[in-house]
Write a protein that binds this ligand. Structure first.
Ligand code: WTA
Length: 653
């Protein structure tokens, strides 16, 4: 499927494609019904970004209107200053007020095949009760609430209930380990943890409550743990601390007034991996974030009333926040939410779901598409995908082969593909085609969204028109991050330290002679494993935490399916010999410390690591070794001297 030149995320891919340059214009019948077909939207937004954003903010319901659109004191922005708004109200109440209470909001399917069809009225009722239940536990505006959940409707209810009360949620992906959960709870000083007894994954129970118990044992801030019953596995309930969700909401009233939030009050914190140190708690506020996600959901997915939308992300990631909960629900969309794995009970589960619910807009990740390609088209047999109208991707660069496969086999060559580039930090989609306007090219995210000023800069901040460099965004946008929880200095240095008053996303990008943008992956020490950010540093810390490890270096290596996989180099302590047993132990240890997504694919034992004179590990060299370019496919260095000689050879360069 992939050869060296077309491996995902590799700049070499792009060179090849630029020669090909095939354009896929919006299909005529799609364009005929599309919401946005007028190219002039770009020029208008550029001429007056403020008016553009106001037109989107005005699609939301505000308790009080803003008196200033933007207050920009780089790197701090405030949007819709003075405005009062509630995110939950905008996702629920106003649709009910508009007579849409009976519209289906969530078509939920559990992995074992159980289902729930929930209307906006149903969700409204559940969220109000949940909010009142949380109130009984003492939750108030500004409190932090951690959410550690499987993909069940209650995960969305929990987020919306927090938003209703003005409490700040911090969702932690259900695949994260004890330590990861504990660190995030402690950093946010969360007062309540909302979790479940378990969740279903590949036919097995993921014991969330057990993990939560171990994590919370080290969290003094937690006063209560709310437990949703999902898998009915046996769990411990600690008296006085733990409450069953069912008991909490049983007698709660169905009406809870939404808290009028300042536009700049925090809606949520979401942790993402940084290049150094602990994960960063990315802060998003209410008015600007809601404006960004509701606008982009409608525009990029060309959302119509009759659409059935399905974003396959987990609510634990930003994609789940923006394009399952807040974006679609602010638009009164009907969407599918699925709990489990794409290959359970068989590798056609996604296609069965699309057929069953007649999904029309489907949003998934390149890593999933590459897995489907590998499994083969036989899994599509007998599945009717004719309801599909548009396909989307997010999370990492999509290699052209995967794009073409998606276009041909899933989209039947009639669905535009929106390759959407954005980040936890940007809150909403920044670079993507508008499907009724922009012709696409396989592998290119095409152009910035209207009013988004994305540039290509070199190290010293000079702009590059055609060619490659660092992606940079030089004007503010409403859904931009407002900071890192508890660490203003890190916010400034990480994102704003490279060029004056310009946001540095950490991605490489290239513009071709047609003006199309090609994202090239991270330029820092963050890996994109199956589209998820994992820092080399986090995995290195987890490794050295093991008693057998003296030192370690971690690199992202090209992987056919996951985009990148984790390759680790380990120097063992005296008294420990390299063996397959230790290797397995270390892999397990990392999975326990961080979560299964961070488990190294390979571990190479070595006696030395190549470093520069300043002591910085030379990852490029290690990547060569890990990808077999220097040494072939080895899991233990045949000759430890190889790295030593590499070191000598390169340390001066
Ligand atoms: C990468 C996910 C290429 C990128 C929404 C970014 C992409 C990081 C794309 C953010 C895309 C996301 N093409 N690369 N369409 N989408 N990325 O915070 O490196 O989990 O910086 O947000 O994913 O990952 P995050």
């Amino acid at each position: 499927m992939t050869d060296e030149n077309t491996a995902p995320g590799q700049p070499a891919t792009v060179e090849n494609l630029l020669n090909e340059n095939r354009l896929f214009p919006p299909p005529e019948d799609f364009k005929a019904k599309a919401l946005y077909t007028d190219e002039s939207i770009y020029a208008k937004a550029l001429a007056d970004p403020s008016a553009y954003w106001v037109s989107h903010a005005e699609r939301l319901d505000w308790f009080e209107k803003w008196n200033q659109v933007l207050d920009w004191r780089p790197p701090f922005s405030r949007w819709f200053v003075g405005g009062k708004i509630n995110a939950c109200y905008n996702c629920l109440d106003r649709h009910i007020n508009a007579g849409l209470g009976d519209r289906l909001a969530i078509l939920w399917e559990g992995e074992p095949g159980d289902e729930q069809r929930l209307t906006y009225n149903d969700v409204f009722k559940a969220v109000n009760k949940f909010a009142n239940g949380l109130k009984q536990l003492g939750v108030k505006k500004g409190d932090r609430i951690a959410i550690y959940m499987p993909m069940v409707p209650e995960a969305a209810y929990a987020m919306l209930a927090c938003a209703r009360l003005g409490a700040i949620h911090t969702v932690v992906f259900g695949g994260f380990s004890v330590d990861s959960l504990r660190d995030r709870i402690n950093d946010a000083q969360a007062k309540v943890l909302i979790t479940a007894d378990g969740g279903w994954r590949r036919g097995k129970v993921v014991p969330l409550k057990d993990t939560a118990d171990q994590a919370v044992a080290g969290c003094e801030s937690i006063e209560h743990v709310v437990v949703i019953k999902r898998t009915e596995n046996e769990i411990l309930m600690q008296d006085g601390r733990d409450v069953w969700y069912d008991d909490l909401v049983a007698s709660a009233s169905e009406s809870c007034a939404p808290e009028p939030m300042d536009s700049e009050d925090i809606l949520f914190i979401l942790y993402t991996s940084g290049t150094t140190g602990k994960p960063k708690g990315i802060i998003h506020t209410t008015g600007g974030y809601m404006t960004g996600v509701s606008a982009t959901t409608r525009m990029v997915f060309d959302l119509h009333d009759e659409d059935i939308f399905w974003c396959t992300a987990d609510v634990g990631w930003i994609t789940g926040h923006s394009y399952i909960v807040y974006g679609p629900m602010a638009n009164a969309a009907t969407q599918v939410m699925y709990e489990g794995s794409p290959d359970y009970p068989e590798r056609n589960r996604f296609w069965k779901i699309i057929e069953k619910y007649k999904v029309s807009k489907f949003y998934t990740a390149p890593t999933a598409i590459r897995a489907f390609m590998k499994w083969g088209v036989k899994w599509l047999e007998g599945c009717d995908l004719s309801s599909l109208k548009l396909l989307g991707t997010v999370g990492e660069p999509i290699n052209p082969e995967a794009w073409i496969w998606y276009h041909k086999f899933i989209g039947a060559e009639k669905c535009p593909i929106v390759d959407t580039w954005w980040q936890t930090e940007t809150g909403s989609i920044m670079i993507s085609p508008l499907p009724g306007i922009v012709a696409t090219k396989p592998g290119s995210a095409t152009r910035p969204m209207p009013a988004i000023s994305a540039k290509i800069l070199n190290e010293v901040g000079e702009e590059i028109q055609v060619g490659g460099g660092f992606l940079a965004i030089d004007t503010p946008w409403p859904s931009m991050l407002r900071g890192i929880w508890g660490d203003e200095e890190r916010y400034k240095s990480t994102y704003w330290g490279r060029w004056p008053d310009t946001y540095f996303p950490g991605d490489g990008v290239k513009r071709d002679s047609d003006g199309y943008l090609w994202l090239l992956g991270r330029v820092d020490d963050v890996m994109l494993v199956a589209g998820h950010n994992i820092s080399t540093m986090e995995v290195e810390s987890a490794l050295v935490d093991h008693e057998a490890v003296a030192e370690s270096a971690v690199v992202g290596v090209t992987d056919e399916v996951k985009g990148q996989a984790i390759g680790a180099f380990v120097i063992l302590r005296e008294g420990f010999d390299d063996s397959d047993e230790i290797r397995q132990q270390l892999m397990k240890h990392v999975a326990e410390k961080i979560g299964a997504i961070a488990r190294p694919k390979t571990i190479i034992f070595t006696h030395d690591l190549p470093k520069t004179r300043s002591g910085k590990i030379m990852r490029r060299l290690l990547r060569d070794v890990a990808e077999g370019r220097a040494l072939g496919d080895v899991t233990t260095l045949a000759d430890p001297g190889v790295l030593n000689s590499l070191k000598e050879k390169y340390s001066d360069s």
